[in-house]
Design a protein. Structure first.
Length: 271
């Protein structure tokens, strides 16, 4: 095991120890705040600080009691369904729109001010309006994800198109490429790394948005589960939910990063 590998293992462990110490410090200061050990028992089961036998929320994440009472696995799956539905719509609309903006100066002049205005709007601002329009929690959550996660895809796709070398475009003129051939054979191959970078950012935003959306719209999902645990004063489970949201977000980013690297010709060339 080389020195770099040891650092990659030891340094995160040191940070984890510091986080746990900080967490324990908060638990000593704030009354009834869950300690790390109590949270572990709430997650996996065991004897709590009061001597009671606890069944952890992660001891059976696959249970289904009824339509509204399901284990954490199903809560996460419902959230992921909404995330990927909104994310897929953002890709389907954002990539062609970004290509158009990158290829046309007039389109850029026309739409760029509105992109800059709508891009920073919080998902919580969209939720009430979309819920009023659709009157359905699933469609509301999906459309909120779509609206808030489409901007990185559009912006990065347009940036990728504008990064295409003028020499390549001159070659396309000499060879008399059609607009479609120009996009497929020149623009897209160069733009792919930018497009996937935008998609990676977009997926992270989509997962961020779903928790807030589900807290406000209700139903089933990890966001609503966290809010429901708050209403039931189960603060241990809130921390468990936060950790799960972080871990799922981490793995989504990791997977998207691997996919992005696979389609990035520049990294293949260096390999």
């Amino acid at each position: 095991m080389n020195k770099e590998t040891i650092k990659r293992i030891l340094l995160p462990l040191l940070v984890l120890i510091l986080v746990i110490q900080f967490w324990s410090g908060i638990a000593h200061i704030v009354e009834d705040f869950p300690t790390p050990s109590d949270t572990y028992v709430a997650a996996f089961g065991g004897i709590n600080v009061d001597g009671d036998e606890i069944t952890g929320v992660l001891s059976d994440p696959f249970y289904i009691e009824n339509q509204d009472d399901k284990g954490l696995f199903w809560q996460i799956m419902e959230s992921l369904k909404r995330v990927f539905a909104g994310f897929s719509l953002a890709i389907l609309v954002g990539v062609p729109f970004g290509l158009m903006l990158g290829m046309s100066k007039n389109a850029q002049y026309a739409f760029d001010p509105f992109i800059q205005i709508f891009k920073p709007i919080s998902p919580l601002a969209w939720l009430p309006l979309l819920l009023f329009i659709f009157q359905d929690i699933n469609i509301t959550a999906i459309s909120t994800i779509f609206i808030t996660s489409i901007w990185p895809i559009i912006i990065n796709t347009a940036l990728g198109v504008r990064s295409v070398s003028e020499d390549y475009m001159n070659v396309a003129k000499v060879l008399r490429f059609t607009a479609f051939e120009k996009i497929i054979q020149i623009i897209l191959p160069v733009s792919v790394p930018f497009i996937f970078a935008g998609m990676r950012l977009s997926l992270g935003i989509a997962w961020l948005v779903i928790v807030a959306a589900e807290m406000l719209t209700g139903g089933i999902g990890i966001g609503f589960w966290i809010w429901d645990e708050y209403n039931n004063l189960n603060y241990h489970n809130i921390i468990i939910g936060i950790i799960i949201v972080g871990l799922v977000g981490y793995f989504l980013d990791l997977i998207m990063g691997k996919i992005s690297d696979y389609f990035d010709y520049t990294k293949k060339g260096r390999a």
